[in-house]
Write a protein that binds this ligand. Structure first.
Ligand code: SAM
Length: 309
């Protein structure tokens, strides 16, 4: 999940862009376009909650598919798209047997550096895990880029893509005939306990912010399911909610600042009420009196094998 830039929800809201988003950098390939950057601190902060939330239920069908691949017995080649600092690999590589080579893709070279340094070293059975990094834009991914891939992964990525980028990703995966595990996409539902009358309005403004421009935000999972389905792949979806309580105060507070900040950026008229709301929510969180569920979905895609994967 990403949060957008943050402004004007008052003193509790950072003057910096919200958690996850830093000032933009030029897009790979140069030109005028700039793209948002994600703070490595935010990606590290969320990593344990992500690991807890991920849908383990999708792992067995994935393992069966990998065990039956035509080149079973050779090294697994895994492409992690939008890898950030590499949290997906640190979670998944030690859960899969056999030697693995991970190709870590991102458009941000700064994050690729952290991903490379913090890469996992060993598979579940102790086999070696190696990594290389590749800077590039997922919107330009071709089936050729995935030639020989055994698996494509992504985490907290789909909801920051456009429909066009998701179609490109789906065509590349299905063209390469390899499965895809696409995890932790927000689905637009958040529950806070205890409830507050402003929860719903903030949530709706946040969702609208996620959908700004051509971005899919909370519609990404259905768009991905439809894109893969159109291409004849089988798709399974499983919930993967963050369940945040007193043990995750720092993450919850960062998330709150970004969630409210993005909502106010979308609806500046919310600012006066949002300021009080955020202050009270942060205080409740600090006191250990706030629980937050952020709903996500994980998606496992099994295309028809092409023979190479
Ligand atoms: C919310 S972060 C998630 C990072 C990581 N997968 C994780 O779970 O911690 C989204 C990542 O996708 C990358 N990203 C977003 N859109 C991209 C695109 N079109 N091409 C390449 N990378 C992209 C960002 O740079 C960022 O690292």
């Amino acid at each position: 999940m990403s949060t957008g830039t943050t402004s004007g929800a008052g003193s509790e809201t950072s003057a910096e862009p919200g958690p996850g988003v830093l000032p933009a950098i030029p897009a790979p390939g140069g030109g005028e376009t700039e793209v948002p950057r994600y703070a490595p601190q935010w990606l590290r902060l969320r990593e344990p909650a992500d690991a807890q939330a991920r849908a383990h239920e999708l792992l067995d069908p994935l393992r069966i598919r990998l065990a039956n691949r035509p080149r079973h017995g050779t090294e697994l080649i895994v492409h992690d798209l939008g890898c950030g600092t590499g949290s997906m690999g640190r979670w998944l590589a030690p859960l899969l047997d056999g030697a693995q080579h991970w190709v870590l893709h991102d458009r941000d070279p700064y994050l690729l550096h952290f991903a490379s340094v913090g890469a996992p070293r060993a598979a579940a059975d102790g086999s070696p895990v190696t990594v290389t990094t590749q800077r590039g834009d997922i919107g330009r991914l071709t089936p050729d880029a995935l030639t020989g891939a055994s698996l494509v992964t992504a985490s907290a990525l789909l909801d920051v893509l456009t429909a066009e980028e998701i179609d490109t990703l789906a065509r590349a995966c299905v063209g390469a005939g390899c499965p895809a595990l696409l995890t932790l996409s927000v689905v637009g539902r958040v529950e806070l306990a205890p409830e507050h009358p402003l929860d719903r309005e903030i949530g709706e403004a946040f969702n609208a912010h996620q959908r700004r421009g051509d971005l899919l935000g909370p519609d990404a999972v259905s768009a991905a399911c439809e894109a893969f389905d159109r291409l004849g792949a089988s798709v399974r979806v499983h919930p993967s909610p963050w369940r945040l309580g007193a043990g995750q105060r720092e993450l919850t507070q960062e998330w709150l600042r970004g969630w409210v900040g993005a909502a106010v950026e979308q609806r500046p008229d919310l600012a006066p009420r949002a300021e009080t709301y955020l202050r009270d929510r942060l205080a409740a969180c600090a006191a250990g009196d706030l629980r937050v569920t952020v709903h996500h979905s994980d998606v496992l895609v099994l295309p028809r094998p092409t023979g190479g994967a």
